[in-house]
Write a protein that binds this ligand. Structure first.
Ligand code: PEP
Ligand code: MN
Length: 343
């Protein structure tokens, strides 16, 4: 439930509303809407008599939220959220790019990739230290050693770090090194892991499950938010369909739908979304045009030698070329004031 206050409601009016919510054993969150303030009710709203709250001075009306996910919904929080990731805002006016190898393979490989990512204009370095591989015989990642190389790369370049956490036991360790915790597609419904990252205050990038509906994805975000971590960013990375030519089917309509249904930012991963390096640029440009808040892409100093996801990794030159296009298109969209959709 959200309580919509009159535009001229006083601080005293808001205090009374919060008190009534708290007296019912629930939590309240005040949000600034574009015209008026809104008080969100967190918890079992059946404990609250809406007729009593509607009668309080300064209250315009209360609205119950129909969706099973509440905190993630735009009904609950009409303004788009901007998530601060170590000083880099995601979900605001600036388009954000994350680039780097699928996996951290060695110190040299990662530091070289970081220099390339930086030179191309990315704000984040990606690189998996804990790798969820389809085959147990594939390279599984350097784990904490890999995290140390990521920290060194951050120190050298200033790039923020996004890296995956695959298990509950590793959350604290990964959170010490990462600026943005990545929950991979295979773990989107690992509810214990979602709760664990929800108990940290680290921003979380929640990738869409291989075959997850938008409703399931939004509810997965709700698990994190419900533990008290409001810093969630969605990442569309393609879903499984009958098509096999591309690795997955990149669902860009999800960007428009998530923007409509939720206040949280969403970025796009055209690397896993297509599985082929030559389709990353067109899908990256499309992601800018459809209103995504950023991109995460795989780039490797030498994709032919990559230990994981080489075929979908950009070479440095392809990456620079892509960044040139993405930067120009993002600037054009911003300067011309094109609004992708009414939210
Ligand atoms: C990755 O980002 O390297 C990865 C494993 O992605 P996903 O979880 O989307 O498959
Ligand atoms: Mn990968």
């Amino acid at each position: 439930m959200v309580i919509i206050m009159n535009p001229d409601a006083t601080a005293e009016n808001i205090k009374d509303v919060i008190e009534m919510i708290q007296d019912a054993g629930l939590a309240a969150k005040v949000m600034e809407g574009s015209q008026q303030r809104i008080v969100g009710v967190i918890g079992d709203k059946t404990r609250l008599a809406s007729c009593a709250i509607d009668a309080l001075p300064g209250v315009e009306r209360s609205v119950s939220i129909s969706k099973s996910y509440k905190l993630a919904s735009r009904e609950f929080h009409p303004q788009s959220s901007v998530i601060d990731v170590d000083g880099v805002p995601i979900g605001g006016d600036e388009f954000v790019v994350m680039a780097g190898p699928c996996a951290v393979e060695s110190r040299e490989q990662l530091l070289e990739a970081a220099e390339i990512a930086k030179k191309g204009g990315a704000q984040f370095l990606r690189g998996g230290a804990y790798k969820p591989r389809t085959s147990p015989y594939s390279f599984q990642g350097l784990e904490e050693e890999g995290l140390k190389y990521l920290a060194e790369a951050k120190e050298k370049t200033g790039l923020r770090i996004v890296t995956e956490v695959t298990e509950v036991e590793a959350v604290q360790t990964v959170a010490e090194y990462a600026d943005l915790l990545q929950i991979g597609a295979r773990n989107m419904q690992n509810f214990r892991l979602l709760k664990e990252v929800g108990r940290t205050q680290k921003p979380v990038m929640l990738k869409r499950g291989l075959a997850a509906t938008l409703d399931e994805w939004l509810n997965a975000a709700e698990y994190i938010l419900n533990e008290g971590n409001p810093n969630v960013i969605f990442c569309e990375r393609g879903i499984r369909t009958y098509e096999t030519y591309t690795r997955n089917t990149l669902d860009l309509s999800a960007v428009a739908a998530i923007k409509h249904l939720s206040h949280l930012p969403i970025i796009v991963d055209p690397s896993h979304g297509t599985g082929k390096w030559r389709f990353i640029k067109p899908m990256a440009l499309a992601a800018v045009a459809c209103g995504a808040d950023g991109l995460i892409m795989e780039m490797h100093p030498n994709p032919a030698k990559a230990l994981s996801d080489g075929p979908q990794s950009l070479t440095p030159d392809n990456y620079y070329d892509l960044m040139d296009g993405v930067t120009k298109l993002a600037k054009f969209m911003k300067d011309s004031g094109i609004k992708t959709q009414d939210l």
